[in-house]
Design a protein around this ligand. Structure first.
Ligand code: SF4
Length: 292
């Protein structure tokens, strides 16, 4: 018998669960070759230089997490701006002037965002790691913020909040279709032993909040999809561990070239990706000021 791990199982022994994060599953879907270089190759494949937009995103996430960790009376917009300034990550910018310009934009963005929050509304978790076993996998990940919302009828519901700082505008459909958000909701519900069905994308550049309320059935559909992806990953991992080379490696982990290859950390090691999209500068993903 062969389980989701792709390895032979002994009769009566429980199947080995595939440990994963939503990011790992998404990497497999996007491009199996990138998945292999990111998670399996040893020694690790050298990645390209850091991206400035990732530095900006991490700086914003850290500032917001640290803002919530302050006592309630010390949570005001200026404090969020100071945290952003203090924790600013410089990597990937073209020069100090560009970095300073985007630090100012990010500071404004964070201050505007927290000005719309209730500082006394204590989240149930900030950068909280959650994990959940299923019959086929163990999924884990870190949630930006886990809120408790009070409905008009007096009931309470948990909400997974995911901060976004990219330049692409988002919609409710992005929240509805997000596999990571659905898995976070399931794992949060598992850890807190309460249903968690609301997911929210908070897009800071446009001050947009995009909310979707899952049902048990829609979460089950996402989970079933995650288990199917995990089964593919696990089978490929097993073949890799058994030893693969040359054409076999590309058969199991084919490249999936496309316009996104310009942003791939492993493009320098991938001829198909180089042919599919031009190289990007580390700062090309930065947005200009996008006030709503
Ligand atoms: S450059 Fe494109 S095809 Fe190559 S590994 Fe990266 S995403 Fe895949």
């Amino acid at each position: 018998m062969t389980g989701v791990s792709g390895q032979a199982e002994l009769d009566g022994m429980p199947a080995r669960l595939y440990p994963c994060t939503p990011t790992r599953l998404a990497a497999w879907l996007d491009c199996p070759r990138r998945y292999r270089m990111a998670y399996l190759d040893r020694p690790p494949v050298r990645k390209g230089p850091p991206w400035a937009h990732n530095s900006l995103g991490a700086s914003v996430h850290n500032a917001l997490a640290n803002w919530w960790r302050r006592p309630v009376g010390h949570r005001d917009p200026a404090a969020a701006g100071e945290l952003l300034d203090r924790g600013w990550i410089e990597e990937g910018f073209a020069n100090p002037d560009q970095s300073a310009h985007h630090r100012r934009l990010a500071r404004d963005m964070v201050e505007r965002y927290v000005a719309g929050l209730d500082p006394a509304a204590e989240p149930r978790g900030v950068e909280r790691t959650v994990s959940m076993p299923t019959r086929a996998l163990v999924v884990s990940g870190r949630i930006d913020r886990l809120d408790e919302r009070h409905a008009p009828d007096g009931s309470r519901t948990l909400a997974v909040v995911d901060y976004k700082t990219g330049r692409r505008r988002l919609s409710v459909d992005d929240a509805r279709s997000s596999l990571p958000l659905a898995l976070y909701a399931l794992a949060a519900g598992h850890v807190l032993r309460r249903p968690c069905q609301r997911v929210e994308l908070h897009h800071l550049p446009t001050a947009g909040v995009h909310t979707f309320d899952h049902t048990g059935a829609s979460l089950a559909r996402h989970l079933s999809r995650a288990e199917a992806i995990a089964a593919e990953c696990s089978a490929a991992d097993s073949r890799f561990r058994a030893g693969l080379a040359g054409a076999d490696l590309d058969e199991v982990f084919p490249p999936r070239p496309g316009p996104g290859c310009g942003w791939c950390d492993y493009r320098a090691h991938c001829p198909q990706g180089q042919a599919a999209a031009p190289a990007r500068q580390p700062w090309d993903g930065l947005a200009d000021d996008e006030r709503p």
